[in-house]
Each structure stands twice: as C-alpha cells, then as structure tokens.
Design a protein. Structure first.
Length: 101
C-alpha cells in the first residue's frame, strides 16, 4: 500500500481541528488502524506558487492513478485508489489491519 503525500509527508496530522494537515491526517488514520504503508512524497502544492509551473509534471503519477493532482491518495495493494484524507480515514477505520494470532 502506498500513501502519496505532499512534500510535508506525514507531518502535522495531529494538530487540532482545521490546523491538521490532510496528508498527516491520512497517515495518522492508517497508523491508528495498524496499517503498514510506503510514503511517496510528490512535489508541488497549491500554496507553493513557485511550484505551479512544474506541478503537472511532478504529479503526473497521482493524476494517472486518481484523475486528480491533489494528495493525499492511497493506492491499495489490489490497485484501488482512495483519494482524500477523509475517505482514507474512513477506509482505515472500516478495514483495520489484521493482526497475527
């Protein structure tokens, strides 16, 4: 499983309410559900205007997988893609990692 994030990666997910970063919130939800995943940081960001010229190129893989340039997205092992921190958190809650007996 691969979590695609912005350059901030899994940081700032524990900040309160609206201050929490979406990529970090998604990572926290996966962690809380006991999942192991690879993090793939992609360049660019809407707030980082200096990255706009290369954003399409930097996020081409994200666009190919999800149809959008926004992150976070989660690529499951079966090829399913879940886009957005809320949907990733909801999926993680509904699909906790199986723990060995």
């Amino acid at each position: 499983m691969v979590l695609y994030t912005c350059p901030h990666g899994t940081s700032f997910g524990s900040a309160p309410g609206p201050l929490a970063h979406p990529c970090g919130r998604a990572a926290n939800a996966l962690d809380d559900a006991g999942h192991r995943y690879e993090v793939k940081k992609v360049k660019g960001g809407l707030a980082m205007f200096w990255t706009w010229p290369s954003r399409a190129k930097d996020r081409a893989e994200v666009k190919r997988l999800s149809g959008q340039q926004a992150v976070p997205i989660l690529l499951l092992d079966d090829g399913e893609v879940i886009a957005g921190s809320s949907k990733i958190a909801q999926w993680a809650k509904q699909h906790p990692a199986r723990r060995p007996a």
